[in-house]
Write a protein that binds this ligand. Structure first.
Ligand SMILES: O=C(O)CCC(=O)C(=O)O
Ligand SMILES: [Fe+2]
Length: 172
């Protein structure tokens, strides 16, 4: 868990560089005890038929997720309304941006829609979900690329965002 947390800090440093932000801009949102880190091991049983999804389409809703798939394929990503299979490679970590990445970058980077398609055999994945201090405001970062357009999102705390998501989920 500690190693995964260190790795995600490293990712945040790379993000700062990629977005030409001051050092430690992103990671300082994760230093508080209210930051969210959760490690999950998922076991997928073989699905009954080809049409049945092992895990429905969704966007991750926090910051970055580190994802390790075993050798059994299944993960698919949606690009321009088409589903593409992600090759599963051993000893490889995938980085998935959650909804906060869209909010922070004002959609300069997107949170990809993904799902797990039918699986013919047992499949395992390890996921490390991360989110900032849930009391802090998620708002457009001061990066040039993110500020090219007017902010599409009003500042919102992590808690409020989660609350709105669960209200929306119960309405669906
Ligand atoms: O197990 C996988 O490969 C992906 C699962 C996933 O996207 C999730 O749990 O959010
Ligand atoms: Fe996911």
């Amino acid at each position: 868990m500690l190693k995964a947390r260190q790795l995600i800090s490293y990712v945040h440093n790379i993000v700062d560089m990629a977005l030409e932000l001051d050092e430690n801009t992103l990671d300082k949102n994760y230093t508080n005890d209210d930051a969210l880190f959760s490690l999950r091991l998922t076991k997928y049983l073989p699905t009954k038929n080809e049409e049945q999804l092992a895990f429905g389409e969704h966007q991750d809703f926090l910051g970055f997720t580190l994802l390790q798939n075993d050798n059994v394929p299944g993960l698919e990503v949606n690009v321009n309304q088409t589903w593409f299979r992600v090759e599963s490679k051993p000893d490889t970590l995938l980085l998935v941006g959650g909804e906060y990445i869209e909010r922070w970058t004002n959609n300069y980077w997107i949170s990809i829609l993904h799902r797990v398609a039918a699986v013919k055999q047992l499949r395992y994945s390890v996921l490390f979900f991360t989110g900032p201090d849930m009391n802090s405001f998620i708002q457009t970062l001061p990066c040039k690329k993110c500020r090219q357009q007017q902010s599409k999102y009003a500042p919102i705390t992590g808690h409020e965002h989660l609350k709105q998501k669960s209200i929306a989920a119960t309405r669906n």
